[in-house]
Design a protein around this ligand. Structure first.
Ligand SMILES: [Fe+2]
Ligand SMILES: [Fe+2]
Length: 605
């Protein structure tokens, strides 16, 4: 259980009470008082009950967050709780209830989207409108509580990164996080919201990358000059103060525990894995300050931090080194300096364990950035393809859900890659030539023909992983505009094949390259150019016997509302009751009786 103080002062005497029965004065439940707040310190393990303070390095605002780890819960059980700030004589309290995951092979529902942002002025707690605020962020949370098919809310929600874009409002990031929390808690008070880190969770601050403030003499104002620009460890201070997530058991080379940066949990017959793709991507899209004019002044903030032009928080390889494996154009953990990439090593261990586990049928990975996207906004990232797709192939990951592109896209099942140079450099960096062919490690399409499961199209994920882009939560900057080859009309994707370098100098100004290359994208199976928003609901059916789990995905498209007063804003949005598409995923479903069968194409390595 986690909650935050609404303002910038700690709660007087916070406590949590919980029970399997509704709480009444006569049945107050088990009461857990919380200790005094301590500053966020990832070098210490979390305690069972704790209060964390975090001070934003750019504006000096303090925030307070409360966490209790409940370890004695029964499966498949509803728990009732009350949190109190302990103020006298009238404490402020909030009530709620949630259901724990079922034991064993069981049906359950989960939902997912990324890129939520905050509601705009009329539906946010503060009445403010921040970067990327939109009332679609309000409707997205409503949809989790009341999915369009009327079959009830999910057991939990996967939030695929770019939670609220607080890094763009650097003077008011705590306020943005507060509006995000108030909006999301309409659902998160009732069920877990399990997040993944996105690029917009990487915030500028005044710490070194390990999160140590004040190392340079002269206080916060001197931190910029010392090269310290991160808000907490890796810029994730606000995120890691707010979310207490499953422990991966890892300590980074700088001494910080990596708890919550990436993690795994199992529900029923499905293994869920949340990854921090900031660790392996090439695109550089986190907090950055790039001005194109000569001798641009530093970004000076109210706390006195001064961030020079050309500064970027790039978290590539922050959990350790990767090196190229040229034989298969892959990136693998590199131990030559004694610090192989911890996240990738952990991912392989976690996938291997899941595939050995007879109780796990399907593996669902969720993360922020995309290995497969044909949107014109960001496109596909070769960094993810190199580091993690070989592992998704080897351990037959069934579904990969992401965000980052503010739209919907689904791939065909893919396994291995099309060898050779299937990409073209279109936006050359200084050492590239426009038009040269480039190996983008293009994922190999297993089949473009679905089987039929009942009357629904089905995809056999034993033969290939399906990638789904769900960055259509609520940001006001939708990107439902997809690349096509103008001569053939075929799908075409941007691909970032290297760090999108910064060019320039303080004297001339700085700018950043976009994605450098493009490829034909035969892997793109479904897009939605018409509606910028939407959410996906997944129904897990464990089947009769081990190995028979299926996951039915309904994607509901949601029309846009306007941030400007007027009919498009003030009218009540009717969330659609019919899905844009419904598809079934399952391992071996192409061989099952009752499913239409078709020949599958051969796969490559
Ligand atoms: Fe986003
Ligand atoms: Fe993003």
């Amino acid at each position: 259980m986690s909650w935050s103080a609404p303002g910038s002062i700690p709660q007087p005497a916070p406590e949590l009470a919980y029970s399997t029965a509704p709480l009444t004065p006569g049945r107050p439940g088990r009461i857990i008082p919380l200790p005094e707040p301590q500053p966020l310190d990832l070098t210490r393990p979390h305690r069972q009950a704790e209060a964390i303070s975090f001070t934003d390095g750019l504006n000096g605002q303090a925030t307070y967050h409360y966490h209790v780890q409940l370890t004695d819960l029964e499966p498949g059980t509803r728990y009732y709780y009350r949190v109190s700030d302990g103020a006298a004589p009238e404490p402020s309290t909030a009530f709620g209830s949630f259901e724990t995951a079922p034991a064993g092979r069981a049906r359950f529902r989960f939902s997912s989207f990324g890129d939520l942002a905050t509601p705009s002025w009329d539906r946010s707690e503060s009445g403010n409108q921040w970067y990327q605020s939109s009332d679609n962020a309000w409707y997205a949370v409503s949809a989790v509580e009341e999915p369009g098919d009327g079959a009830g809310p999910p057991l939990f929600h996967l939030m695929n990164g770019d939670l609220c874009y607080a890094n763009l409002d650097y003077e008011n990031a705590p306020g943005v996080w507060r509006d995000f929390g108030a909006n999301v808690s309409r659902s998160a008070r009732n069920r877990p919201w399990m997040p993944a880190l996105g690029n917009h969770e990487t915030e500028f601050g005044a710490c070194d990358q390990a999160g140590r403030p004040g190392q340079a003499p002269g206080g916060i104002a001197a931190q910029g000059a010392a090269g310290n620009y991160w808000n907490g460890p890796y810029g994730y201070g606000h995120y890691l103060s707010r979310f207490l997530l499953p422990d991966n058991g890892l300590t980074n080379y700088d001494g910080n525990h990596l708890r919550g940066n990436f993690y795994a949990f199992r529900v029923g017959t499905v293994q869920f894995i949340s990854l921090d793709a900031d660790d392996v991507i090439y695109q550089d899209s986190a907090a950055s300050y790039f001005r194109r004019e000569p001798d641009a002044p530093p970004m000076v903030t109210s706390s006195g931090a001064a961030i020079p032009n050309g500064t970027s928080t790039y978290n590539h390889a922050y959990t350790g080194d990767l090196k190229m494996s040229p034989a298969d154009n892959a990136a693998v953990p590199d131990g030559s300096r004694g610090r192989p990439n911890l996240q990738t090593l952990w991912l392989e261990r976690t996938l291997a364990r899941a595939r050995r586990d007879p109780d796990v049928d399907m593996i669902v990975v969720f993360m922020h950035q995309c290995a497969l996207s044909s949107a014109r906004a960001n496109g596909s990232d070769l960094g993810i393809r190199r580091a993690w797709l070989p592992l998704f192939d080897r351990y037959e990951v069934d579904l990969v859900l992401c965000g980052h592109e503010h739209n919907y896209e689904r791939s065909y099942p893919v396994r291995g890659y099309d060898r050779g140079a299937h990409g073209t450099v279109v936006n050359p960096h200084p050492d590239q030539t426009a038009g040269e062919r480039i190996d983008t490690r293009r994922p190999h399409v297993v089949t473009t023909e679905p089987v039929t499961v009942g009357d629904l199209p089905g995809w056999d994920t034993q033969h290939g992983t399906v990638f789904v882009v769900l960055g259509c939560g609520g940001s006001n900057a939708p990107s439902n505009n997809y690349g096509t080859d103008p001569s053939t009309g075929a799908a075409r994707a941007k691909v970032t094949t290297r760090r999108n370098a910064t060019t320039g100098s303080q004297a001339t100004g700085f700018r950043r390259y976009g994605a450098d290359s493009a490829e034909e994208a035969p892997w793109s199976a479904a897009t939605n150019p018409d509606d910028p928003y939407g959410y996906a609901v997944f129904d897990v059916d464990p089947g009769e016997r081990p190995g028979e789990t299926t996951i039915t995905m309904q994607f509901f498209a949601v029309p846009a509302v306007s941030n400007q007063a007027g009919p498009l804003h003030d009218g009540t949005v009717t969330l659609p009751e019919k899905p844009y598409e419904t598809v079934v995923f399952g391992r071996g479903i192409s061989r099952r009786p009752g499913c239409g069968t078709r020949e599958l194409s051969a796969t490559t390595a």
